[in-house]
Design a protein around this ligand. Structure first.
Ligand SMILES: Nc1ncnc2c1ncn2[C@@H]1O[C@H](COP(=O)(O)OS(=O)(=O)O)[C@@H](OP(=O)(O)O)[C@H]1O
Length: 309
């Protein structure tokens, strides 16, 4: 994969331009999904991974792209040039993504690749094709604290012109709390994978931990994947996957998606990459209301999120 593939991916999106719109959501087993995904759900469910494939699962905006880059670099011993062979969504396809033709679906991209493939999903646990668990694929789940997650999703839904119109911030927070955004409830998502992590051997990570100590978390991923790279390479990967590096890297910053789909004048995909940006968005009243609801939705759950505050 190379320049040509990168160009053809961007060109395919450009060619689909007339069919791009804010797609409606259709529920699949109660989970709202973009209509193109919902309409192709049977073929997504039928996907059979290879046991060597690596599966990265997250609620949207929880650190997927960051983890995809870390894993690609670990698999290739920190080879920065090789990891620039194509943009993230081509190197590491999005399992359930279907878009208007001729944009290749995740399944189409996967069918042309040789395992081990790095496969992204936002599907909640109960919608993941059972083939992943039958094949015992290594699975990395990344969770991000709810308040920063909803802030990031809000900015993304404003700039991603295929997502439903987010509307004003206050209403958006309520939609998040009710699980009405694409891919459903954050609360059920983080709880679903947490409940299955031991049985399915899922490595459950937190955005805040990677931010606090990337070296420690990259080493955890390395051990989980049964890889061994030198300390020097780990340091290189820390540097290559810093927010600044990934924001500047055209292969990781989603500049492959034309402005007719990702409107960068509204917000960029690599927006801030921080912990605690929620403080710039929630009013004290919204924060109190959100926390009261959080207590109810997360009652009895022992996921070690940092304090919300
Ligand atoms: N290297 C690195 N360091 C810190 N933060 C990073 C990094 N890469 C991506 N990001 C931030 O992650 C948010 C995007 O999340 P995802 O990659 O999960 O998005 S997506 O769901 O795949 O569309 C989005 O968060 P916000 O900036 O808060 O909006 C990105 O900026």
């Amino acid at each position: 994969m190379s320049e040509q593939e990168e160009v053809s991916y961007s060109e395919a999106i450009q060619k689909a331009n007339d069919s791009i719109s804010r797609f409606p959501l259709i529920p699949i087993r109660g989970i709202p999904l973009m209509n193109y995904i919902a309409n192709n759900f049977d073929s997504i469910q039928a996907f059979r991974p290879d046991p060597s494939d690596i599966f990265i699962a997250t609620y949207p905006k929880a650190g997927t792209t960051w983890t995809q880059e870390i894993v690609d670099l670990l698999l290739h011993n920190g080879d920065a040039e090789f990891c620039k062979r194509a943009p993230t969504p081509v190197r590491s396809p999005f399992l359930e993504m279907f878009s208007p033709p001729p944009i290749p679906s995740g399944l189409e991209l996967l069918s042309k690749m040789v395992p081990p493939r790095i496969i992204k999903t936002h599907l909640p646990f109960q919608l993941v094709p059972t083939g992943f668990w039958e094949s015992k694929c290594k699975t990395i789940y990344v969770a991000r604290n709810a308040k920063d997650n909803v802030v990031s999703y809000f900015h993304f839904d404003k700039m991603n012109l295929t997502q439903p119109e987010p509307g004003p911030w206050d209403g958006y927070v309520h939609k998040f709390m009710r699980g009405e955004l694409s891919w459903g409830s954050w609360y059920d998502h983080v709880k679903g994978y947490w409940a299955e992590r031991e049985k399915r051997n899922i490595l459950y990570l937190f955005f805040e931990d990677i931010k606090e100590n990337p070296q420690r978390e990259i080493e955890r991923i390395m051990r989980y994947l049964d890889l061994s790279v030198s300390d020097e390479v780990i340091s290189q990967i820390v540097e290559l996957t810093s927010f600044k590096s990934m924001k500047e890297n055209p292969m990781t910053n989603y500049s492959c998606v034309p402005a007719t789909v990702f409107d960068n004048s509204v917000s960029s995909f690599m927006r801030k990459g921080e912990v605690g940006d929620w403080k710039n968005h929630f009013t004290p009243e919204q924060s109190k209301m959100f926390e009261e609801d959080y207590e109810k939705q997360m009652k009895g759950v022992d996921i070690p999120f940092r304090s919300l505050i």
